[in-house]
Design a binder for this molecule. Structure first.
Ligand SMILES: Cc1cc2nc3c(=O)[nH]c(=O)nc-3n(C[C@H](O)[C@H](O)[C@H](O)COP(=O)(O)OP(=O)(O)OC[C@H]3O[C@@H](n4cnc5c(N)ncnc54)[C@H](O)[C@@H]3O)c2cc1C
Length: 424
């Protein structure tokens, strides 16, 4: 079993490490070369700014080449909660952002001709209990009435046309969601940013950012850069260099396994319409097919940050989960296992704005492919001086009480959500 993202092995060739010297001065320093940072870099460099993206690892080595490649409609918070927390008008505004975010991915993929398997496959949500399928009916009505979003329900007796599993009690289908190859996408974004003049310096970490009057002094593991503005695009990997943002993002581990190639017929039997899939638990499983007919199967099997031990432990849990959903896969080999960090926020909403003079965007709560693309663009517009009127772009983002960046409460939260899954 290889312990690295399957997606990296789908890149046509290993992306060349382009040696780029770190300039001593730039208009904008962007910390992090994932979707957020690269979309912002492209926008700002297009506008004529000198931009340098500083990346601790390789391009996309954070969540942007590690995710499940499911570009889903909606936000992390479900439609009913959104309405109960914000009222219908505001809920509609927030929900609409998720639709605009998918449109942004569509636009950038087509403008930059990024070959990344971006396809309107739709998604299915599978009811873990009969009561969850009953709740899907309410969700269907609410989505249509408040958000103008049409979804279909598939009863248990008909679900074989969508899913080769007897584990679930009916499905909710949303035809608007998309599939993407995340690593191909992030490398396409990097190439696009470079084409318009942004410098991307990899294997270099920002160690501190200090204010020096009219400019920022950005210390890195290479040299120091003086910048007029700084954008923190580190999401689930936000560290000590930016302590204020670290008090607002909670990094949570998410893990994925990928089977050996199953052959077209066997893979098609699992997900006949090639949907993106996930179940209705809090501690959910998500899965999809790949172009070479593997099953990719993920979940929050471990809350802690990935390392060799947690990845192997999570792989065993996920394999067990996968064979409970698809007993027909009991004999298949798992070829890949890996994990990555997602960033949660206290209100489970993404945030972008200005914090202590530094720009930031993040907190996508595991729904970041489209939202990072979207908010990377929005925060870049704001940084460039445009007036941005957007529900997620504002400077109100309170720190989480009693939290400095080490999520001591995750084991408790894990137990709580497991209990909820058992009860609900
Ligand atoms: C296993 C997994 C599955 C997921 N599945 C999905 C999915 O199916 N659909 C979906 O929409 N979203 C999914 N997500 C979430 C999605 O991948 C993220 O929301 C998105 O990639 C965030 O992009 P980003 O650019 O903000 O952050 P990242 O891609 O995480 O990039 C942050 C970068 O900052 C760098 N960095 C951090 N600190 C420093 C420093 N001091 N100096 C320099 N560089 C630094 C890191 O090395 C990293 O490369 C998943 C995430 C994971 C981990």
């Amino acid at each position: 079993m290889l312990e690295h993202p399957y997606w990296l092995d789908t890149l046509e060739q290993t992306p060349p490490s382009i040696p780029t010297p770190l300039p001593s001065r730039a208009d904008v320093v962007i910390i992090g070369a994932g979707y957020t940072g690269l979309v912002a870099a492209r926008h700002l460099a297009r506008g004529g700014a000198s931009v340098v993206v500083v990346e601790h690892g390789e391009i996309g080595s954070g969540a942007s080449s590690r995710n499940g490649g499911q570009v889903l409609t909606g936000l992390k918070v479900d439609a009913a909660t959104l309405v109960s927390q914000h009222g219908e008008t505001r809920a509609r505004e927030l929900f609409d952002v998720s639709t605009r975010a998918i449109e942004d991915v569509e636009a950038i993929v087509s403008e930059e001709r990024i070959e990344c398997g971006f396809e309107r496959t739709g998604h299915l949500m599978a009811a873990v209990k009969p009561s969850h399928f009953a709740a899907f009916r309410d969700e269907q009505a609410l989505l249509a009435r408040v958000f103008g979003q049409r979804v279909e329900l598939v009863s248990p007796s008909e679900q074989r046309a969508e899913l080769g599993s007897n584990r679930y009690h009916g499905l909710l289908i949303d035809p608007e969601s998309r599939a993407i190859n995340p690593a191909q996408y992030v490398h396409g974004l990097a190439a696009a940013a470079r084409r318009v003049g942004a410098a991307i310096v990899t294997n270099t970490a920002v160690t501190s950012v200090k204010n020096a009057g009219a400019e920022w002094v950005v210390r890195t593991t290479a040299n120091i850069v003086a910048a007029k503005n700084v954008l923190i695009a580190t999401n689930g990997y936000t560290g000590r260099a930016t302590p204020a943002l670290r008090r607002r993002f909670v990094p949570i581990g998410s893990y994925i396994i990928t089977t050996e190639p199953l052959g077209e017929a066997r893979a098609t039997e699992l997900l006949p319409r090639n949907r993106m899939a996930f179940d209705s638990k809090n501690f959910l499983f998500y899965f999809r097919r790949t172009d070479d007919h593997r099953l990719l199967f993920g979940g929050r099997a471990e809350f802690s940050a990935p390392n060799a031990n947690t990845t192997r432990r999570a792989a065993a849990i996920l394999r067990q989960g996968m064979t409970e959903v698809f007993p027909q896969l009991a004999d298949v080999r798992v070829d890949y296992a890996w994990g990555g960090h997602v960033a949660f926020t206290r209100d489970q909403m993404p945030h972008a704005g200005l914090l202590d003079g530094l720009y930031y965007a993040g907190g996508y709560c595991g729904h970041g492919i489209a939202m990072a693309t979207h908010l990377g663009g929005q925060i870049a517009r704001r940084l460039a001086g445009e007036a941005v009127d957007h529900p997620f772009v504002n400077d109100r983002f309170p720190a989480i009480p009693f939290y400095t960046g080490r999520p001591w409460f995750l084991p408790l939260a894990g137990t709580y959500y497991r209990l909820l899954d058992w009860l609900q």
